[in-house]
Design a protein around this ligand. Structure first.
Ligand code: NAD
Length: 499
């Protein structure tokens, strides 16, 4: 019998009442492992009411105590690391070491959030004018929400709820309906860590729950991560109803390979960054841009046997390079792109479409594919594939290689491999992309920097995690203060100055 999942509202597990459910699969076997309820507007509203009631007391809790809850949560996650990683790998499909990385990169933001007594400090100017002091405070917004994708079911929920909650807000998390078990488990651990009921609510659902969040007058901010069309939709609708929003979307991350680069290092980097997690990462490298024909020919020679030798396995297989994709639909969509690439005239050097996992024929597997001679006018170049497919676009010189990622509609991440400092510096300065790696294939900034793509990879002004996250989830109040002894007699009719 398949398990029935639940919402977590007001600190309690609550059964879905809408009558609508979505299947949650185990991609390794293809079986339906659970049914997740899809919330109605009323269920979302119940979560908001709980959050609204709990938030003022939480905001009034001093910042050290809020930090201690996060610290306890960090320890509980570490104690439950193996259990969380296995649950994550089973429901998402990524391998267990990769699932551990997913949890770890989320916990690093929790560690950062533990610094809230420092991060939320305001500014103070003594004697800003005669007898006048001026200071600023960072106050929480109230009830805020996060809508997250399937591909990092631990990391991205933590990126959203940790800075929001530690700043004194109450949070509504709407995780992906494809792998909701880890987000639910994380919220349970937050309660176990001492978080008051109602401060973190998990409402499972689809567009109905998302729209209810976007239109709810009591939700003051929305953080979204997912595909670009939905990111744009969420940003437009949330800001139209007066909310603060930052919404992160899809990607087409390029790696530029200069002729002086160490091509063995490059090939290893491309294999890990292109095919790790079956390419289902927003920071995956999906386009390799070798500069010059000779570099391109040597690169294809080095990549081909490595792609052919990729070990696709069960998520629980410690030797697997990557596991299954998240759903059968994701496999079909990716294979469709490979068919399209052939039709468009790209050269398919390695074809992983027919890969079958012996004994697990119903699982959602696909082998690695490698395309050469991809050109910028092709849809397989323009669109995000989000699967184990790497495209090689040959650039005749550095200028062309710099132009390609700069002119692409997405601008999440980019990398350059070179031994030449001047070229690297020119590239990092000029490229029109939000996150840059120099001889680093997946340049995901650490928790104390901010994460965010440019162009159609990100909508809104403030990035995720780092100092921006605290700014996003707080509003600044500025106080100008004077005590009666400093007040001059008589009315002042001109605009006050400090002279
Ligand atoms: P998705 O856009 O399908 O779903 C994201 C969230 O939006 C989910 O919670 C989903 O329930 C909800 N949603 C889906 N359709 C909706 C609709 N019509 N109306 C309202 N809400 C809707 O994305 P996904 O497939 O879960 O995740 C993969 C995508 O996320 C890729 O495009 C990837 O590049 C992107 N991503 C981006 C980043 C980043 O930081 N830029 C990080 C991770 C993933």
């Amino acid at each position: 019998m398949t398990a029935e999942l639940y919402h977590l509202i007001g600190g309690e597990k609550v059964k879905g009442t809408s009558g609508r459910f979505s299947d949650v699969f185990w991609p390794m076997t293809g079986e339906v492992a659970a049914k997740v309820p899809l919330a109605s507007e009323e269920e979302l509203r119940a979560a908001v009411e709980n959050a609204k009631a709990a938030q003022p007391a939480w905001a009034a809790t001093n910042p050290q105590k809020r930090a201690r809850v996060m610290l306890k949560f960090l320890h509980l996650c570490q104690e439950n690391y193996d259990e969380l990683a296995e649950l994550l790998a089973r429901e998402h499909g990524k391998t267990i070491p990769d699932a551990k990385g997913d949890i770890q990169r989320g916990l690093e933001v929790v560690e950062f959030a533990c610094g809230i007594p420092h991060l939320q400090k305001g500014e103070f100017t003594e004697g800003a004018g005669p007898g006048i002091d001026m200071f600023s405070m960072r106050q929480p917004l109230g009830v805020v929400a996060g809508i997250t994708p399937f591909n990092f079911p631990a990391m991205i929920p933590m990126w959203k709820f940790a800075p929001a909650i530690v700043s004194g807000n109450a949070f509504i998390l709407k995780p992906s309906e494809r792998d909701p078990s880890v987000p639910l488990r994380l919220a349970e651990l937050m309660l176990e860590a001492g978080l008051p009921k109602g401060i973190l609510n998990v409402v499972n659902g689809d567009k109905v729950a998302v729209d209810a969040i976007l239109d709810d007058p009591d939700i003051k901010a929305v953080g979204f991560v997912g595909s670009t069309p939905i990111a744009e939709y969420v940003y437009t609708r949330a800001t139209a109803s007066g909310k603060r929003a930052h919404c992160f979307g899809g990607a087409k991350n390029h790696m530029v390979i200069m002729p002086d680069a160490d091509l063995d290092q490059v090939a290893d980097a491309l294999i890990g960054a292109g095919y790790g997690s079956a390419g289902e990462r927003c920071m995956a490298i999906s386009v390799a841009v070798p500069v010059g024909e000779e570099t391109a020919n040597r690169l294809i020679e080095k990549l081909t046997p490595r792609v052919e030798a990729l070990k696709i396995g069960l998520s629980t297989d410690p030797d697997a390079d990557f596991g299954p994709m998240v759903t059968a639909e994701a496999v079909e969509r990716t294979k469709g792109y490979v068919d399209l690439g052939i039709e468009e005239g790209a050269k398919l050097v390695v074809d992983g479409r027919d890969f079958v996992m012996q004994g697990y024929e119903d699982g959602f597997y696909m082998g690695g594919c490698l395309f050469d001679n991809v050109t910028p006018d092709m849809r397989i170049y323009k669109e995000e594939i989000f699967g184990p497919v790497l495209s090689v676009v040959r650039a005749k010189d550095y200028e062309e290689a710099l132009r390609l990622p700069s002119e692409h509609e997405y601008g999440n991440g980019v990398a350059i491999y070179t031994r030449d400092g001047d070229t690297a510096r020119d590239f990092m300065t000029k490229v029109n992309v939000g996150m840059v790696g120099v001889n680093v294939p997946i340049p995901v900034p650490l928790a104390y920097y901010t994460f965010g793509g440019w162009k159609r990879s990100g909508f809104g002004d403030l990035n995720q995690h780092g100092p921006d996250a605290i700014r996003f989830y707080t509003k600044t109040k500025t106080v100008t203060q004077r005590w009666p002894s400093g007040v001059k007699e008589g009315a002042e009719f001109s605009i006050p100055t400090m002279d």
